[in-house]
Design a protein around this ligand. Structure first.
Ligand code: NI
Length: 184
């Protein structure tokens, strides 16, 4: 889900029937495991890179890896808010965003001036908060695909995959491709 030159959008997309069948058969612990594994892949993709490498522009579109980490933290922060505020009647802000590229760009302009160590801390902290929240979350609210009508037939767990596990996995792959191209 990539616009050429731009980081991909994170809005929920329609899933083919077969993929829906898969998610409906998994448990909350499977979702948590997937989130942990995606983070492990991402950290593996960063392994051995210096701060200077991670500040280099152009790793994903115009973004540096630091910008990608800020982007992941921003999306996961929105996800935490969405999980916190989820109610059947009101869709959370993140699923109401009409122009994802514009939102990404706004977040980028907020984070681009933040020092690397603060971006790194956010990236770690938001993920820990997300994991704790998932551990505490009622399984039914996460896995029942009829619970939240604004998920349009998907369970809330799908939003977790879209904004955390699949998202991190996608960007881990971007980073690996960039490293290969850069010989890093
Ligand atoms: Ni992205």
């Amino acid at each position: 889900m990539h616009t050429p030159g731009l980081p991909h959008a994170v809005q929920p997309r329609l899933t083919p029937y077969a993929a829906q069948a898969i998610i409906h058969s998994v448990s909350k612990q499977d979702i948590i495991q997937e989130v942990k594994e995606a983070r492990a892949s991402l950290l593996q993709a960063l392994d051995g890179l210096s701060e200077e490498h991670m500040r280099r522009a152009g790793a994903v579109g115009i973004w540096s890896i630091k910008d990608v980490l800020a982007h992941l933290a921003a999306c996961e922060s929105e996800l935490v808010t969405a999980l916190n505020q989820a109610s059947p009647r009101h869709a959370p802000a993140i699923v109401e965003i009409e122009d994802q590229d514009e939102w990404n760009d706004e977040q980028y302009h907020i984070s681009v001036r933040r020092p690397f160590n603060l971006v790194w801390d956010d990236f770690q902290q938001v993920h820990l908060i997300l994991l704790q929240m998932l551990e505490d979350y009622p399984e039914r609210n996460l896995m029942d695909n009829r619970r939240f009508p604004w998920m349009e037939g998907e369970p809330l767990a799908y939003l977790v995959q879209e904004l955390a596990s699949w998202h991190e996995q996608d960007h881990a792959e971007d980073i690996c491709a960039w490293r290969e191209q850069q010989g890093l």
